[in-house]
Design a binder for this molecule. Structure first.
Ligand SMILES: CC(C)(COP(=O)(O)OP(=O)(O)OC[C@H]1O[C@@H](n2cnc3c(N)ncnc32)[C@H](O)[C@@H]1OP(=O)(O)O)[C@@H](O)C(=O)NCCC(=O)NCCS
Length: 172
């Protein structure tokens, strides 16, 4: 995936964001800068498991803050990996992951924007089944998009997580 799509957008309380979607070659460095800040520095996830083989083949999103006359800064990111079958769902699934917003920019709707775009991108490729590992405390965010918990909570990188699924049926 070597192309990149850019789109400007505003949020109700703050204007001037740029959303880029595309592959690792073009967005990897910026995605990694956000992920290192959030997962490695803030949440103490070991750097060696933060990046994986899916990164080079999957679709990424990076959101930039345009600021006032400054070089755009990468402030949020996420990815979607297409897999032939899911952990709980049968058939192809879009696995959303590495959703991260720099601390100073949380709570204004960027996480919601990331999720909306990732779901739209996957649906435009004909995918209608989604899975993700949610931090237990972040479940309400995904429930708003029709994700349902599946199975018991488990430890992932030292934090309780739960598998959440969204199929055509769960959004009826
Ligand atoms: C999860 C995350 C991406 C959400 O980004 P965000 O920009 O703050 O999301 P939004 O502003 O769209 O808010 C979405 C809602 O989810 C809630 N939410 C998100 N993460 C939450 C958490 N960890 N605990 C409690 N509520 C959370 C917000 O409070 C908000 O609800 P509200 O509108 O009723 O206040 C961000 O909190 C983050 O980067 N967290 C650290 C990285 C992380 O743990 N990522 C994996 C999550 S599974």
């Amino acid at each position: 995936m070597n192309d990149r799509q850019d789109r400007y957008f505003d949020l109700p309380d703050q204007a001037g964001f740029l959303e880029s979607t595309g592959g690792w070659a073009l967005l990897g460095a910026d995605a990694l800068s956000v992920r290192e800040d959030v997962f490695v520095n803030e949440q103490n996830v070991p750097p060696e498991i933060e990046q994986d083989d899916f990164d080079v083949t999957c679709m990424h999103i990076v959101i930039y803050s345009r600021g006032a006359g400054h070089y755009p800064k990468a402030i949020a990111t996420g990815r979607v990996v297409v897999q032939p079958f899911g952990e709980a769902l049968t058939g192809p699934v879009a696995r959303i992951g590495r959703l991260a917003v720099r601390k100073a920019f949380r709570g204004i709707g960027l996480g919601t924007h990331l999720l909306t775009t990732l779901i739209e991108q996957a649906e435009s490729q004909g995918l209608n089944q989604f899975e993700l590992h949610s931090r237990v405390d972040a479940m309400p965010l995904y429930q708003r998009f029709g994700f349902l918990p599946s199975g018991p909570a488990f430890d992932e990188a030292g934090t309780p997580h739960i598998l959440m699924v969204r199929s055509a049926r769960s959004t009826d």
